[in-house]
Write a protein that binds this ligand. Structure first.
Ligand code: C2E
Ligand code: CA
Ligand code: CA
Length: 675
């Protein structure tokens, strides 16, 4: 490119130089013409002066004539040179040059003749003069012609030079423009093809370094070296990306539960200690929720392992949908879940989350299985360690389970005291049977109309050596959760039948059976054996169960089969606590009960709450239509008794007709009702 520009420049300057030379040589030729003319004029004047002197008869010295002759010869030489000058000829038309040459030759010849005449015969001057004048005129005319032509040639050359210069400048300018355009185009092209792709590749690599991997690497399809570079980098990026994916996957697996995708115990513990450390700075309060599915084992038994997994997944979704984005839901193991909730406004935030969880759980029923769970929550205190907080949440969970499940408890100091009391009772209960601290009391169940005692319900009592009487509402759940209920239940069945063997054979024995006792498949034969042992007819037995035994309980079908077997032997099956959360109408369609016990809470409030009265009346009506015996428990007043009598209730049980007593001698119905 630079060479082209240089060549154009050289050619232009060469042209300008040539044009200058031409003009110079023409100007030079013109100058020469001027000098010739001047010479010629001097010659003419000299010739005129000498010839005039000679004509007048004045003696003209020979030297003057010789001098004149010499000057004419010089003029001749000069004119001949002019005519022969290559410059002159090349610049002028040959005709004008030839004309001038011829005219000067004639002029020189005629001048010589006139001088000759003047020297030899001055009288002949007059006759010779016209020829001289005409030669002079011809010479002047031809010279003027030649000068004109020279002037015009100079003008033309200058004009041509000017035009060519302008054209050359325009060409140079255009050439320059073209070069600038080409350079610009090449720059743009280079930028587009090389610089931009390279900087995009660099940008992608930089993004990739910080973990972003969105954009494509440009130029992958190119066949050149840049394409090679792009492909190489792409391969490198893919290799690193797949290694990163594998690392992320490994990290995810290390921190998450495979089944539900929730955080696992490891992540939970790490996050908990992190949040506790942070809360020390921020003043926030960390709430740990310990969550356990109620009756998950029963669900597993009913739906199989895959069904159990589905319920766990649903639970995970349910919990995740209840929490905020920055809370953590984890599966700790089995059917145990946990949530970390960090908030300033506690316990308000905890209570709100609990109500969201239970609201959501109440509407979540799939495959006929509603998700029911117990929740225990503990709120952090300054300086508390993560595992300690989790333990307290577990303690609250334990309490929620002991309080009937499907509920939540928030840990407090009082709960801790209760818990240590519970631990103590659980420990002491182990020896209660062997230490003969347990005993049975019997509460009469009477016919509503005749008030005749038709049965006695056996109720457990525990006199603790240090703490005195412990109510069964307290120690039965402990016995259930610690597994002692099996031993205690067996002892109780034996003792109750032993007592019943001494009673009037028309009076029945009501025994309470805990759902846990049904875990023993030999329950039916155990009762059967005890009845045979004490010779109590099977049709005198009434076995009281709650819904937790029949619906939620362990191995539902087995429970129902056991009940069915007992029924076949002749025992009556009673649904206890009917109308409460533990018993409901749904049980009635799955199993044929013989008797329904209306829970004492309805009886107690039936005169103060219209709804309680309605439930009592409706239950009595239901029993009649199904042919079941209806018992009302907790009857304390005569008003209650007369209302129940009016509504057609079959049997009553309560302090009015008899409190639980140690021996039947004390267990007669109150004389007032013993008609
Ligand atoms: P339950 O089966 O509903 O027993 C009736 C409870 O109501 C007894 O309380 C009894 O004392 C009480 N009661 C009876 N009449 C009245 C009344 O007029 N007013 C009031 N306020 N209460 C009355 P107890 O003996 O404290 O038993 C509580 C619960 O403990 C029982 O409720 C039963 O669920 C459980 N339980 C008692 N003994 C046994 C047992 O041997 N085995 C099992 N599995 N559970 C038992
Ligand atoms: Ca009962
Ligand atoms: Ca009851």
């Amino acid at each position: 490119m630079a060479l082209a520009v240089l060549a154009v420049g050289l050619s232009v300057s060469n042209k300008i130089h040539k044009a200058d030379l031409r003009i110079t040589s023409l100007t030079f030729a013109l100058g020469r013409e001027d000098r010739l003319e001047k010479l010629q004029r001097q010659l003419r004047q000299e010739i005129g002066r000498l010839t005039r002197d000679a004509e007048r008869g004045t003696k003209v010295p020979d030297a003057s004539w010789n001098d004149l002759h010499k000057r004419i010869t010089e003029f001749k030489n000069r004119s001949q040179q002019t005519g022969q000058s290559p410059d002159y000829r090349s610049q002028l038309g040959s005709e004008a040059a030839q004309d001038e040459k011829r005219a000067s030759t004639v002029f020189v010849m005629v001048s010589d003749q006139l001088i000759e005449t003047s020297r030899s015969n001055p009288s002949g001057i007059k006759a010779a003069m016209p020829r001289f004048l005409s030669a002079l005129t011809a010479l002047e005319t031809s010279r003027s012609q030649a000068r004109q032509e020279l002037t015009s040639a100079i003008w033309k050359a200058a004009d041509k030079n000017r035009r060519e210069s302008r054209r050359d400048i325009i060409s140079v300018l255009l050439g320059g423009l073209v070069i600038v355009a080409i350079v610009f185009g090449m720059t743009v092209w280079l930028r587009q093809r090389l610089v931009l792709p390279i900087s995009t590749v660099a940008a992608r690599l930089r993004e990739f370094r910080v973990g972003e991997n969105h954009g494509n690497i440009p130029g992958l399809e190119r066949a050149d070296e840049l394409g090679d570079l792009a492909r190489g980098l792409n391969e490198y990026r893919n290799a690193v990306e797949s290694r990163r994916t594998a690392e992320r996957r490994a990290e995810f697996l290390a921190n998450h539960d495979m089944l539900t995708g929730l955080a696992n115990r490891l992540l939970f513990e790490n996050r908990l200690s992190h949040e506790l450390a942070r809360s020390a700075r921020t003043g926030d309060i960390v709430a740990v929720f310990a969550i356990d599915l109620d009756a998950f084992k029963a669900i597993n038994d009913r739906l199989g392992h895959a069904g159990g997994d589905r319920v766990l997944k649903r639970t995970a979704q349910l919990l995740s949908s209840c929490v905020r984005g920055d809370d953590l839901v984890a599966r700790i193991g089995g059917d145990e879940f946990a949530v970390i909730q960090v908030a300033r406004a506690q316990p308000a935030a905890t209570e709100a989350l609990i109500s969201r969880i239970f609201k959501m759980a109440s509407t979540s029923s799939d495959e006929g299985v509603a998700i029911k769970m117990s929740v225990g929550v503990a709120l952090s205190e300054p300086g508390q360690a993560g595992d300690e907080l989790h333990e307290l949440a577990d303690l609250a969970l334990y309490r929620a389970k002991a309080d009937g499940k499907n509920t939540a408890r928030i840990y407090n100091k009082h709960l801790k005291d209760e818990e240590s009391q519970r631990v103590r009772l659980a420990r002491d209960l182990e020896n209660a049977v062997s230490a003969q601290e347990l005993r049975l009391v019997f509460q009469p169940i009477a016919d509503t109309v005749s008030l005749e005692i038709v049965a006695y319900e056996a109720l457990l009592r525990w006199r603790h050596p240090g703490l005195g009487e412990i109510p069964p509402d307290v120690f039965i759940p402990i016995a259930e959760s610690s597994g002692l209920i099996g031993t205690i239940g067996s002892w109780m069945i034996d003792q109750a039948l032993r007592a019943a063997s001494t009673w009037d054979s028309k009076v029945s024995l009501a025994i309470n059976l805990s759902p846990i006792q049904f875990r023993s498949l030999s329950l039916a034969s155990e009762i059967c054996d005890a009845a045979l042992r004490w010779r109590v007819a099977f049709d005198r037995l009434e076995l009281e169960v709650t819904e937790s035994a029949t619906l939620l309980g362990f191995q539902r079908d087995d429970v129902l089969a056991t009940l069915e077997k007992l029924r076949e032997y002749g025992a009556k099956i009673v649904m206890d606590d009917f109308g409460t959360g533990h018993s409901s109408l749904s049980n009635l369609k799955d199993f044929t009960f013989d008797k329904i016990k209306i829970d004492r809470s309805f009886v107690a409030t039936m005169h103060s709450h219209a709804s309680s009265a309605s439930i009592v009346k409706a239950t009595i009506g239901l029993g009649k239509s199904l042919g079941l015996t209806i018992v009302a428990e907790g009857v304390e007043t005569e008003d209650q008794l007369s209302a129940l009598c009016r509504w057609g209730c079959d049997q009553v049980q309560g302090f009015l007709t008899g409190k639980p007593v140690e021996s039947l001698a004390d267990a007669k119905c109150s004389p007032a009702f013993n008609k």
